[in-house]
Ligand binder design. Structure first.
Ligand code: CTP
Ligand code: ZN
Length: 155
């Protein structure tokens, strides 16, 4: 026994190339993984940390994906569940780009309308379209409103 305190720091490895999605609301990382189509059977190299303490001493989730850059549509979906997220592009271990996320004012093909009778839920080839009004998303076809738990409606 040395009497030394055990180190309590949890380190997730840095990555060589890829994307780090940082400052995800605590507990939301798994929804981010779902948005990115990362399941138990995908072959990507992914690290996930949930409820870790950030420099600002608040809890956050972090997702690191090697050798992948995100598409605009993926970032739009992530913005809905993690409005404070930072997307860091890593090359050769360096952060070469850091950007926040913005919920676009119009979401095409991102949300499923909760109204079963909406034209976007029939066999017509009509892509869903929602306009953001504050924190609510309003269907452009039937005026249905998604006001809470938006992430449950992400396609
Ligand atoms: N990161 C990584 N691999 C690298 C470089 C950075 O996984 N090769 C991760 C860091 O662990 C951190 C995020 O990418 O979670 C952003 O890195 P950096 O900008 O260096 O950290 P901060 O200054 O803490 O970022 P912020 O100010 O956005 O909190
Ligand atoms: Zn609708």
């Amino acid at each position: 026994m040395t009497g030394e305190e055990p180190k309590r720091t949890l380190v997730i490895s840095t990555i060589e190339n890829g994307t780090v999605i940082d400052h995800i609301n605590p507990g939301e990382a798994l929804i981010v993984l779902r948005i990115l189509g990362i399941t138990g059977s995908t072959r990507e190299c992914v690290s996930v940390a949930t409820n870790v303490t950030s420099k600002a001493h608040v809890k956050k989730d972090v997702v690191k994906i090697e050798n992948r850059e995100l598409k605009t549509k993926e970032v739009d979906r992530i913005a809905l569940v993690a409005p404070d997220a930072t997307i860091n592009i890593i090359r050769d271990y360096r952060v070469i780009e850091k950007k926040g996320v913005i919920i676009p004012p119009v979401l095409m093909g991102v949300l499923k309308c909760p109204n079963p009778c909406c034209i976007t839920n029939t066999n017509e080839p009509v892509m869903s379209r929602f306009e953001m009004q504050g924190k609510k998303a309003v269907c452009s076809y039937c005026d249905a409103v998604i006001s809470s738990d938006i992430s449950a409606h992400i396609i």
